[in-house]
Design a protein around this ligand. Structure first.
Ligand SMILES: Nc1ncnc2c1ncn2[C@@H]1O[C@H](COP(=O)(O)OP(=O)(O)OP(=O)(O)O)[C@@H](O)[C@H]1O
Ligand SMILES: [Mg+2]
Length: 279
């Protein structure tokens, strides 16, 4: 269980002064839960995820995993970023086995473990390829296999599918759903894609813009495996869009002044896009 209690995070600005990125956020994520964070660019999603990862330090508040402080990185939490960050000089197999080698696991055993994870993301035929020989989707699947090989309790995913085309993204959704159902990892997932958040998550948290707080949360109770045509998903997506639209409107007003309204101009029909509405 991840417990985030009264977390605030400020950054020093180059121009002097401080900037509050996250303001007094409290949140509990149950073991095995899949939670997504949605919110306008710059609202503090990555900052919050990095705090849980132990990559950033909060001046105020506390984050614990099963009661243990997580202000430094630990093997119980692995991050998957938008850019796959595979080592280009290693094959898929060696990339996935890399962390296991660091752990001191022998060659035969770590290769067996790595092959098992590679199989779980359906990449067995490409185990001996180098990253530059893979498609974007394959690279991201390799990155997920590498994270899973460490067998962390928690996967922290920061827009892992944002750079992929829509068809590949849909395949990766199915794979991640299957992995989550099989392993019951706790997943904190950041996305700008409302449909992606709804289709994957138990709970979707919408963050408000500057300073970042949790504005509203939506439970998604649809059966798994999820059916993209489930009206319940569509309904939740529409509700989330409404809450987000208010936040986006604030961002637009801040940046462009009162003469432009995003809500009136573009947002009203976005959620009917079958590929998912993005923000
Ligand atoms: N190291 C840093 N120093 C100063 N400001 C920072 C730093 N990291 C983040 N910020 C600021 O904190 C705010 C939150 O950033 P963060 O990256 O968490 O946003 P985000 O919600 O992940 O945005 P996006 O959707 O664009 O990825 C932003 O205004 C950003 O400029
Ligand atoms: Mg971010």
């Amino acid at each position: 269980m991840i417990e985030i209690k009264n977390i605030s995070k400020t950054f020093q600005q180059r121009t002097g002064g401080t900037f509050t990125a996250i303001d007094n956020v409290s949140l509990t994520i149950q073991k095995g839960e899949f939670v997504s964070l949605l919110g306008p660019s710059g609202c503090g999603k990555s900052t919050l995820l990095n705090l849980v990862a132990g990559l950033e330090h909060a001046e105020q508040g506390k984050i614990t995993v099963n009661g243990k402080d997580c202000s430094t990185p630990g093997p119980d939490r692995v991050v998957v970023f938008q850019e796959h960050a595979l080592f280009p000089w290693l094959t898929v197999l060696d990339n996935v086995a890399f962390g296991l080698k660091q752990k001191g696991i022998g060659k035969k055993e770590r290769e067996e473990m790595a092959r098992e994870q590679i199989k779980s993301v359906h990449l067995s035929r490409f185990a001996d390829r180098y990253p530059h020989e893979l498609s974007g989707g394959m690279k991201q699947r390799a990155a997920i296999a590498r994270a899973l090989a460490m067998d962390p309790e928690i996967l922290l995913m920061d827009e892992p599918f944002a750079a992929l085309d829509e068809q590949t993204r849909l395949i990766l959704h199915k794979e991640l759903e299957e992995i989550w159902m099989r392993t019951k990892k706790t997943i904190l997932f950041i996305t700008h894609n409302i449909r992606e958040a709804v289709i994957l998550s138990d709970r979707v948290l919408v963050m408000s813009t500057r300073p970042g707080t949790i504005k509203k949360e939506f439970a998604v109770q649809a059966e798994r495996p999820r059916d993209a045509s489930d009206p319940l998903l569509h309904h939740t997506e529409t509700n989330i869009m409404e809450v987000l639209a208010d936040e986006l409107e604030k961002v637009v007003k801040e940046e462009m002044g009162d003469e432009y309204s995003l809500k009136k101009n573009t947002l009203s029909d976005r959620s009917s896009n079958s590929m998912g509405s993005g923000i």
